[in-house]
Design a protein around this ligand. Structure first.
Ligand code: 3PG
Length: 211
């Protein structure tokens, strides 16, 4: 199952990060983004009622080709609780071996955040399924190949500052997928409760990933 979830993230090409979306709206937002062609959706574990939000998105997308995960998972207890809520993959901005080992014990994909070769090796040794290169745009697309050079073909998912304008450069640089928040999740449209516009903004991002 870990392999299947990992493959679904790669097939999606982009993981859409839902950060700070209200519990009342989050299922509709996730549906709109899924309708735009995004099949990997991350709900961040920071803020209130994260477990309820993950469960709501999971319920909304049950029976579809979507995989639902949790982000900003900074420690092992948080990993346990998001997995209990239904997260099928777990991301973090940092590389915490305890988070990774917790995911492995539960059969869930873990994607720690790394920037340096030391962090990348720490994540790989702990059993990470993929590495999230974060924050991506401060180092740029060349950083992917520079890390893979000595370490081999580890799957890298750049995140942080990814937009329709630069996403192609990160795929050219060797990304297997990217994570995106503000450029794919239209917070103004969410504020206006305009799910058609949420879908359109996400679809423009998906077009950029596919082109
Ligand atoms: C986040 O911190 O929410 C993710 O890294 C996405 O960030 P972004 O808004 O820069 O895409």
């Amino acid at each position: 199952n870990e392999t299947e979830v990992r493959d679904r993230i790669i097939d999606s090409g982009v993981v859409a990060v839902l950060r700070g979306v209200d519990e009342a709206q989050i299922a509709s937002v996730a549906r709109a983004i899924h309708e735009a062609g995004v099949t990997a959706i991350e709900v961040t574990a920071d803020g209130k009622r994260a477990s309820e939000k993950i469960a709501a998105v999971d319920r909304e997308l049950t029976g579809t080709d979507a995989v639902v995960g949790a982000g900003t998972v900074l420690d092992a207890p948080t990993a346990q609780s998001v997995i209990d809520a239904g997260a099928e993959f777990v991301l973090a901005p940092d590389c915490n071996p305890e988070m990774i080992r917790t995911c492995n014990r539960r059969g869930v994909v873990s994607v720690p955040g790394v920037m340096t070769p030391t962090e990348a090796v720490r994540g790989m040794e702990a059993g990470a399924d993929m590495l999230k290169m974060f924050p991506a745009t401060t180092v740029g697309p060349d950083h992917i190949g520079a890390i893979q050079g000595p370490l081999g073909d580890v799957d890298i998912m750049p995140t942080g500052g990814i937009s329709p304008d630069n996403v192609g450069d990160f795929f050219d640089g060797g990304a297997v997928a990217v994570g995106a928040g503000s450029a794919i999740v239209d917070y103004d449209a969410i504020e206006a409760d305009d799910m058609a516009r949420v879908r359109e903004t996400a679809a423009s991002f998906v077009d950029a990933v596919e082109s």
